[in-house]
Design a protein around this ligand. Structure first.
Ligand code: CA
Length: 231
């Protein structure tokens, strides 16, 4: 389980990182908003802990921009004691929970575990139907409009990632790290070739496309065609 912590105060940041690491999580600590935003957009996390008072980019901006690209990672934000407006704003922007500073670590841990539980309930079930595409995850059987499709192992992993993160714009770097287990400065051409192959098997010959290229950003798997994304 991976957690991103965006916190500019070194003391608080290290305290959270150490506690969560001891609790068995893989923790990435970003000490400013820009780094935090970059990590959130290019890597995959199970929970994001976000301090809203950051010196460079406001925590709200980060949260807003994640939700704008459809990223649904649970976000727990940290706010000051007296700021009720903050809490309302955060929840309106799509945060999942908040914690008022100062807090006890056990409280933070309980909130994080709660978000992970909630998150796991919404992950994909074993059989998934998207439009006329049927995917049986355990047996790796895939068919579209009743016709069975054979996928390579990587193609299946790619499809599984697309299904898990439906509707989100997935940067190539994220796809690389999730499916290929490589660093993101690796050759992203590999991703384009794999997506092209998967697309040929899944979308070719069907009017209704599921894999969409988002120019300059990455790919999106979605059951809906938006007119400006048809290319
Ligand atoms: Ca702060």
């Amino acid at each position: 389980m991976r957690i991103l912590v965006v916190e500019d105060e070194p003391k608080t940041g290290n305290y959270i990182k150490q506690g969560l690491t001891e609790a068995g999580f893989l923790v990435t600590l970003a000490s400013n908003g820009l780094d935090g935003h970059h990590h959130a957009m290019t890597e995959s996390f199970d929970v994001i802990i976000l301090d809203v008072m950051l010196p460079d980019v406001e925590g709200w901006k980060i949260l807003q921009s994640l939700r704008e690209v459809g990223m649904q990672t649970p976000v727990l934000f940290l706010t000051a004691r007296d700021s009720i407006n903050d809490r309302v704003k955060g929840l309106e922007l799509g945060a999942d929970d908040y914690l008022v500073k100062p807090f006890a670590f056990v409280e933070l841990l309980a909130r994080v575990r709660n978000l992970l539980r909630r998150g796991s309930q919404s992950t994909v079930s074993e059989q998934v139907k998207i439009s006329d595409l049927l995917v049986d995850i355990p047996s790796r059987k895939v068919s579209r409009a009743g016709k069975s499709i054979t996928l390579s192992q990587k193609e299946f992993l790619l499809l599984e990632l697309f299904i898990r993160r439906q509707g989100e714009v997935l940067p190539r770097s994220l796809i690389t790290s999730e499916v290929w287990d490589m660093n993101f400065d690796s050759d992203t051409n590999v991703i384009d070739v794999a997506v092209r192959r998967l697309r040929a098997k899944i979308d070719d010959g069907h009017d209704h496309k599921l894999i969409h290229t988002i120019r300059g950003m990455g790919y999106k798997f979605e059951d809906e065609i938006e007119p400006d994304e048809q290319l």
